[in-house]
Write a protein that binds this ligand. Structure first.
Ligand SMILES: [Zn+2]
Length: 159
């Protein structure tokens, strides 16, 4: 699933609907952005689950530290912060649950294999920030390239 492309489609759809215009082509575009349906479903399930993770005592209000804490207590993998700024967080997940027990295949693995985790983290950040966030797996350990862990990006809208 191409989350960034999908978000763009949704944004345009909202605008066109408000103007009373036709959104037919955008629906096809959104379908394309969803790509492999299974991946989209896993993202959705992860996202729903992430929205329910609220039982942690969040004394430390720093978002990244909360994510680290949640990763540990729910055994999601080891959280490594790679980059953080006002509108996104990039992180690595070592021993990511979706792929840690799978050997690196000889075939090219499609992007976003660990979409369950992407959805999960988006759901968690959304609940904490109260903003509509989305996340994407940028690089999976299964791609067999340099990555020793899966790499994700969460986009947090600034407004
Ligand atoms: Zn992965």
């Amino acid at each position: 699933m191409n989350r960034i492309l999908l978000e763009g489609m949704l944004k345009k759809m909202k605008l066109l609907l408000k103007n009373g215009s036709n959104i037919g082509d955008l629906k096809i575009g959104a379908l394309y952005a969803l790509g492999n349906q299974l991946e989209a479903i896993f993202y959705f399930i992860g996202h729903e689950l992430g929205s329910t993770i609220d039982d942690e005592p969040m004394e430390d209000k720093k978002l990244v530290n909360i994510l680290k804490q949640v990763s540990d207590s729910y055994h999601l993998g080891t959280f490594h912060l790679l980059e953080e700024n006002s509108d996104h967080i990039t992180f690595g997940l070592e021993s990511c649950r979706s792929c840690k027990d799978i050997d690196i295949p000889n075939i090219e693995i499609q992007q976003g294999f660990c979409s369950f985790e992407a959805g999960l983290f988006a759901g968690i950040v959304e609940r904490i920030t109260g903003k509509h966030c989305f996340a994407q797996e940028l690089e999976c350990r299964l791609s067999g390239k340099e990555a020793k862990m899966c790499k994700f990006m969460i986009v947090v809208p600034s407004e």
